[in-house]
Write a protein that binds this ligand. Structure first.
Ligand SMILES: Nc1ncnc2c1ncn2[C@@H]1O[C@H](COP(=O)(O)OP(=O)(O)OP(=O)(O)O)[C@@H](O)[C@H]1O
Length: 247
């Protein structure tokens, strides 16, 4: 898989989207921005489901220029796409270790549960242990575990991430783990720092893609400044969680 092409559908008002197609290339990061309710999550779900004009948006998604037959869509998606949703909860009645072993086995990967867990604990401030029940994990811990799982076990070429900054985890570390060189990564965000990570960002409005914006040189400099502010904010966050006085 080298590219994903999205053929225009329609916005919430039923009018055609103002583009013919958008081509997304493997090895690139794209961010998705827009008002709450503008259709950002729907956009990445269309990609996850390899929509073929049969979702509410009417978009069609092609892989390397070709549609995927209905009978192969589910298995192709499971193989190629890792989706980190906004609300993560496990419903499987298993320990963290059992889940990681099972998933590594299904994916035919050698990753040891302890290795995946060590990575998850780099990004969540409240550590997880192997004997913990999966359904006892908090939202942030579940997402940290899934990020480590995507990085070490799934290794899917397409990674879809919905609002990583909501989870109270180390966003920069998490994104650096998920953004391996040859992956196509799409990140939904309301955060200007995350949005400016990408050279191209896709703007949603009223359920339709309104624009695809190239990052300017000024914005690249702004991204660096926002990164410094983010790290300072994180230092305060860590102190705050320890019960310290901030000033
Ligand atoms: N083109 C469309 N036509 C009809 N309904 C749509 C379209 N795009 C999105 N929707 C619907 O609009 C609702 C909001 O969309 P979505 O959840 O994707 O918004 P969002 O931008 O991710 O919002 P938030 O930032 O609050 O998470 C959903 O019910 C979704 O199915």
């Amino acid at each position: 898989m080298r590219s994903v092409t999205i053929l225009a559908g329609r916005g919430k008002d039923g009018r055609p989207e103002p583009f013919d197609s958008i081509s997304l290339k493997r090895g690139e990061l794209y961010t998705i921005v827009g008002n709450t309710g503008s259709g950002k999550s729907r956009f990445i779900k269309d990609i996850e489901q390899l929509a073929c004009g049969d979702s509410i948006t009417g978009r069609r998604v092609l892989l390397d220029g070709a549609p995927i037959p209905l009978t192969e869509r589910q298995s192709t998606s499971a193989h190629l796409v890792a989706h980190l949703g906004q609300n993560m909860r496990f419903v499987l009645d298993a320990s963290v270790e059992e889940f990681l072993q099972l998933h590594a086995h299904c994916r035919d990967r050698m990753a040891a549960p302890a290795e995946v867990l060590a990575l998850a604990n780099e990004i969540t401030p409240e550590p997880v242990n192997l004997r913990q029940g999966l359904n006892q994990l908090s939202g942030g811990q579940s997402r940290a575990l899934m990020i480590a799982d995507i990085a070490l076990i799934c290794d899917s070429p397409i990674v879809l991430i919905d609002e990583i900054e909501n989870a109270g985890i180390d966003k920069e570390r998490a994104l650096s783990l998920l953004q391996k060189k040859d992956k196509l990564v799409l990140v939904v965000t309301h955060d200007p720092h995350t949005a400016l990570m990408a050279r191209r960002r896709i703007v949603l409005a009223g359920g339709a893609v309104a624009a695809v914006v190239e990052r300017t040189a000024g914005e690249a400099a702004l991204y660096e400044a926002l990164g410094r502010a983010y790290r300072e904010q994180r230092r305060y966050q860590i102190q705050l969680r320890k019960g310290a006085c901030l000033a």
